[in-house]
Design a protein around this ligand. Structure first.
Ligand SMILES: C[S@@+](CC[C@H](N)C(=O)[O-])C[C@H]1O[C@@H](n2cnc3c(N)ncnc32)[C@H](O)[C@@H]1O
Length: 217
């Protein structure tokens, strides 16, 4: 799998400050997603998050898990995340710079992987989900919140290349709700919970690892 483009990494670094200041678009939906996620966390849970951004969600989940390894490709996002965790006196999160595409966990396996508002920003959504499979213990859960832009905002397709040309948007993968769910069996998952808030809100899926997918050569 190709690593994230340097141009995209820079986009996220530049965006970190404003991202940190932007309010949550729909607080009720956010709270419901937190609540659904917690059904899958226990005090023993080893959690991996990719694209953790400024760490806000990891910080809220940290008291419900044993440890969260929160990763992001942007060092500027992580700088804010580390400060936020320190301010909140949260000590069971480790922040690490990594793109999901080239992250190497060695033999480490997790109970839960969180990918929140990130799959649609990856060039190869299926390959990323297969990678997530390799990071999970058998029976572990992949919890994602993903914008299905072909369903919710199809009109942005022609605008995106221009925005990208002028550095105003990162890479975005356009796919429908149906296509997103269609990726899951090929990545070794079956859907355990499905929440579609409607409007422009990202769709929320809890998927259980039901098969081991080999991502090696
Ligand atoms: C839309 S933000 C979401 C942040 C956070 N998960 C949330 O829900 O608020 C996307 C984040 O993913 C990071 N990111 C983008 N592509 C990535 C990749 N390929 N691997 C790891 N992180 C990535 C960006 O730096 C950014 O912090």
């Amino acid at each position: 799998m190709l690593p994230i483009a340097e141009k995209d990494r820079r986009f996220w670094d530049k965006t970190a400050e404003s991202y940190a200041e932007s309010p949550i678009a729909d607080e009720d939906t956010y709270q419901k997603k937190l609540e659904l996620t917690r059904k899958y966390l226990t005090p023993e849970s080893e959690v991996f998050e990719f694209g953790c951004g400024t760490g806000s969600t990891a910080i809220l989940h940290a008291p419900h898990a044993k440890h969260i390894l929160a990763t992001d490709v942007s060092e500027n996002m992580l700088k804010i995340a580390r400060q936020r965790a320190e301010d909140a006196d949260v000590k069971n999160i480790t922040f690490k710079q990594a793109g999901i595409e080239d992250y190497d966990a060695g033999d480490r396996e997790f109970d839960v992987v969180l990918g929140l508002n990130i799959i649609h920003l990856c060039k190869e959504p299926l390959a990323v989900m297969q990678k997530v499979n390799s990071l999970l213990k058998p029976g572990g859960y992949f919890i994602q919140s993903t914008a299905c832009l072909s369903s919710s905002m199809p009109y942005i397709r022609p605008v995106l290349p221009l925005m990208r040309l002028f550095g105003k948007a990162p890479h975005v993968s356009m796919f429908s709700s149906k296509k997103l769910r269609g990726y899951l069996p090929g990545a070794g998952f079956s859907i355990a919970e499905d929440f579609v808030p409607g409007g422009r809100s990202a769709e929320f899926i809890v998927a259980k690892k039901v098969a081991r997918i080999s991502t090696g050569p």
